[in-house]
Design a protein around this ligand. Structure first.
Ligand code: ARG
Ligand code: ZN
Ligand code: CA
Length: 335
C-alpha cells in the first residue's frame, strides 16, 4: 500500500515536471495571449507541486503523508461500514466470554442481547428512567454519549470453577478464556462468582484505558448481575455493565474513591462517599465547608440498578476523548 502511494507520488511529480517544461516553451513565444494563459495556469497547483518536492526530499514527511492517507482511508471505510457514524458516534464491538459451571450461568443469547440493549439505551440517554433526573441536574445530564455497542461474538466454555479471583478467568492456561483482540474489542467475561482478596462478593470490575489492548483488558461481571431477565434482585437492570463500561472508558467513581474525593469531572458535585440502596432525593453532603446536593443517581455511584439513571456532560467528554481517533481506545474503531 505504502509503495503504491509513493509510486503514485513519483508519477505525479514527473507529470508536474512535464508541465513545467511546456510552460517554459510557452514563455519563449511571449505573445500576450500566451502570457495570460500562463498566468492563469500558474495560479493553479503550487501547493501540490511544492508538497511533492518536499515529499521527495524528506522521508519523514513521506511517512507522515502515507500514514495520513492510510488513516483517512480507514476513516472513510469505517463510515461506509457504519462503524464510525458521521455524527461522531463510535460503535464498540463486544465479545462476551462465558465461563459456566451450571446451566443457569450459561446465559442465553436473549439475555446477552438484553444487556447490549441496556448499554445502548443508557449510553444514548434513551433509558426510560432518564425522566427521573431531578430538575437541578437536567442541565448537566449527558444526553447522547455517542458510544454504541454491538455484539460481535459469544465464546462459551464449561468449567468446574465456581468462584474466581482477580484475572484468572482471562487466561486459558488457568481454565479461563483468552481475550479476543482486546485492542479492537471490548471483552466481557461472565463467570459464576468473583470474590475479592478479603472474600467479598464482587458485582463486577473493569480495566481503565491505560490497559488498552493488554491480555487482561476488559470487564468482568458474574452471571447474576448481567442482563435483566433472571438476574439477581437490585442488580437486575443491566446497570453493572453500564457502570463497568464507564470505568473501561475512563470514568472514576463519582465520590473519587476518597472522602470528598475528586472524580476529575467538574459537573458532578463533590460528595463525601459512595451511596448504597435507594437514597431519597435530595441528599446533601458537606465537603470543604460547602453543602452540595449529591448526584447519587449517577451510574458511577454504588446505588441499586433502579436508583441510577444518568451520566453527566463532563463524564461524556471524558469517555469521548478515550474513543476519539487520538484516544487510548481508538483501536475499538478499527476492525
Ligand atoms: N461494585 C462494582 C464496581 O465498583 C459495581 C457496582 C455496580 N452497581 C450497580 N448498581 N449495578 O465496579
Ligand atoms: Zn466501580
Ligand atoms: Ca466532580
Amino acid at each position: 500500500m505504502k509503495k503504491l502511494l509513493f509510486g503514485a507520488l513519483t508519477l505525479g511529480l514527473m507529470a508536474a515536471c512535464t508541465n513545467d517544461s511546456m510552460t517554459n516553451q510557452n514563455e519563449t513565444q511571449a505573445n500576450e495571449q500566451a502570457l495570460l494563459t500562463e498566468s492563469t495556469q500558474k495560479r493553479e497547483c503550487a501547493s501540490e507541486e511544492i508538497r511533492q518536492e518536499a515529499l521527495l526530499n524528506n522521508p519523514e514527511l513521506r511517512q507522515k503523508y502515507n500514514e495520513l492517507e492510510t488513516n483517512t482511508e480507514k476513516f472513510s471505510q469505517n463510515i461506509k461500514l457504519g462503524k464510525v457514524l458521521t455524527d461522531g458516534t463510535v460503535e464498540i464491538p463486544v465479545v462476551v466470554n462465558i465461563l459456566y459451571s451450571n446451566a443457569a450461568e450459561n446465559l442465553s443469547d436473549a439475555r446477552i442481547a438484553e444487556q447490549i440493549d441496556v448499554l445502548n439505551a443508557d449510553y444514548s440517554g434513551t433509558n426510560t428512567d432518564i425522566s427521573k433526573v431531578p430538575t437541578e441536574f437536567q442541565s448537566v445530564k449527558a444526553g447522547d454519549v455517542k458510544v454504541k455497542f454491538r455484539l460481535a461474538n459469544t465464546v462459551r466454555k464449561s468449567t468446574t470453577t465456581t468462584s474466581w479471583v482477580k484475572d484468572t478467568m482471562k487466561k486459558s492456561a488457568n481454565g479461563g478464556i483468552d481475550a479476543t483482540s482486546p485492542a479492537n474489542y471490548l471483552n466481557i467475561w461472565i463467570v459464576g462468582k468473583v470474590v475479592s482478596s478479603t472474600g467479598k462478593t464482587i458485582l463486577g470490575y473493569a480495566t481503565f484505558p491505560e490497559s488498552a489492548g493488554l491480555w487482561n483488558d476488559g470487564v468482568v461481571i458474574p452471571a447474576p448481575y448481567f442482563g435483566k431477565t433472571g438476574a439477581a434482585a437490585n442488580f437486575n437492570l443491566g446497570r453493572t455493565a453500564t457502570h463497568e463500561v464507564g470505568h473501561y472508558l475512563n470514568l472514576r467513581h463519582i465520590w473519587g474513591d476518597a472522602k470528598c474525593g475528586d472524580d476529575l469531572v467538574a459537573d458532578t458535585p463533590t460528595q463525601t462517599s459512595e451511596n448504597y440502596n435507594t437514597p431519597s432525593y435530595p441528599l446533601y453532603n458537606r465537603c470543604s465547608g460547602k453543602n452540595r446536593s449529591v448526584m447519587f443517581m449517577n451510574y458511577m455511584d454504588y446505588v441499586n440498578d433502579a436508583a441510577m439513571f444518568m451520566f453527566s456532560a463532563g463524564q461524556k467528554a471524558r469517555m469521548q476523548s478515550v474513543v476519539a481517533a487520538s484516544g487510548a481506545r481508538a483501536g475499538l474503531r478499527v476492525y
